[in-house]
Design a protein around this ligand. Structure first.
Ligand code: ACO
Length: 334
């Protein structure tokens, strides 16, 4: 009998501390009006000093496992998408999260695909489950983006926030619960659009690298913006056409939450109604790999997302990477 991957549960964690636009007005030369007009962001969450990416990932993961109705012993693969890992080289954040939530002797690894990381993670889970290698995969997107943001650079510090989301992807033989499709792609020729130059093999850690602030995220914002709108629109049109699905059949369009203007442009190009488009950018900013699972969690916790409803995910980020997915929500509602 054929085995399919299903989206069994969602969980998330958002730090309590809020960094508002008026807070940023006191830190850099910016205004609430500029930020809201150009990005739609009003505030973002910032993790305390002692909270790491794995702490947030573990909290999201616990919620996802609990809501899946499974026990942690049922999880047989842990994948964490992050570009702000606890440690830049090793151990992986997935290993640390596994330990924190009490999962041992299970394959665990990180993936680096920036904002596309969670959907990339879903594609990995799908492949493992549908090949029969694994039964219940924990996919986490977790970021302490504030750890790589220069809070004197107004072009980036207004955009990003911290948080985590997680999902349990399980094997099913019920085709109605199955992932419909995932497209994931990349183009490394645009690598310099979004980059944290150091530390790494190109710029190993040293005083010079710190003096030059190479440890902070750098972005060609306007170029990235234009490419994001073009790529995201094409990607979604392709996945819908490929699966003979009309945008009106989508219950929730859940795009990466980087900028309201990007979301609006893509939503309008697809003819999405306002009630179909999920928005959290105003309250969380851009949380990179955590953005999509945090948005799914938002509609789950507010009671909007119901079992069987079709989600269209769409994301774009450093690499450059992009991905989209058509997935029915197969979780039980509280
Ligand atoms: N406050 C006030 N003025 C500002 C600010 C600020 N915070 N930041 C920039 N400006 C100024 C610039 O200096 C510039 O001034 P100038 O015209 O005098 O030179 C002017 O505003 C316009 O700057 P642009 O960069 O052209 O502004 P734009 O409209 O493109 O908005 C933004 C910038 C918000 C960054 C936008 O380009 C964007 O959202 N880009 C895409 C981000 C994205 O999707 N990233 C991918 C995912 S992220 C990931 O993978 C981790």
């Amino acid at each position: 009998m054929a085995v399919y991957a299903s989206f069994r549960s969602i969980g998330a964690y958002a730090p309590e501390k809020i960094l508002s636009n008026s807070d940023l007005e006191k830190m850099v030369d910016t205004t609430d009006e500029w930020i809201v007009k150009r990005t739609g962001i009003k505030e973002r969450r910032i993790a305390d000093k002692h909270i790491s990416t794995s702490d947030m990932g573990a909290m999201a993961a616990r919620a996802a496992i609990e809501r899946s109705g499974l026990s942690k012993e049922d999880i047989d693969l842990v994948v964490c998408a992050t570009v702000t890992p606890d440690y830049f080289n090793m151990p992986s954040t997935a290993c640390i999260i596994s330990d924190k939530i009490g999962i041992s002797n299970v394959q665990a690894f990180d993936i680096s695909a920036a904002c596309s990381g969670f959907v990339y993670g879903l594609s990995i889970a799908k492949a493992f489950v549908e090949s029969g290698m694994k039964k219940n995969v924990l996919v986490i997107g977790a970021e302490k983006f504030s750890s790589i943001v220069d809070y004197t650079d107004r072009s980036t510090c207004i955009l990003f926030g911290d948080g985590a989301g997680a999902a349990v992807i399980s094997a099913t033989t019920d085709k109605s619960e199955a992932f419909i499709d995932i497209h994931a792609s990349a183009d490394g020729s645009y690598a310099d659009f979004l980059v944290t130059p150091a530390p790494g093999s190109v710029h190993p850690a040293n005083q010079k690298m710190l003096d030059e602030k190479l440890n902070f995220v750098q972005m060609k914002g306007n170029e990235t913006f234009k490419l994001a709108v073009k790529t995201l629109t094409k990607d979604v049109v392709d996945i819908l056409e490929h699966n003979n699905i009309e945008s009106s059949q989508i219950k929730y369009f859940i795009p990466h939450q980087a900028n309201y203007r990007i979301i609006k442009a893509v939503g309008d190009a697809l003819g999405m109604r306002e009630d179909q488009v999920v928005l959290t950018v105003q309250k969380y900013g851009n949380t990179s790999a955590a953005s999509i699972p945090m948005a799914i969690n938002d509609i789950f916790e507010s009671g909007r997302l119901k079992e069987g409803e079709l989600m269209l995910l769409d994301t774009f980020g450093g690499g450059l990477t992009w991905a989209s997915a058509l997935i029915p929500f197969a979780g039980k509602v509280k």
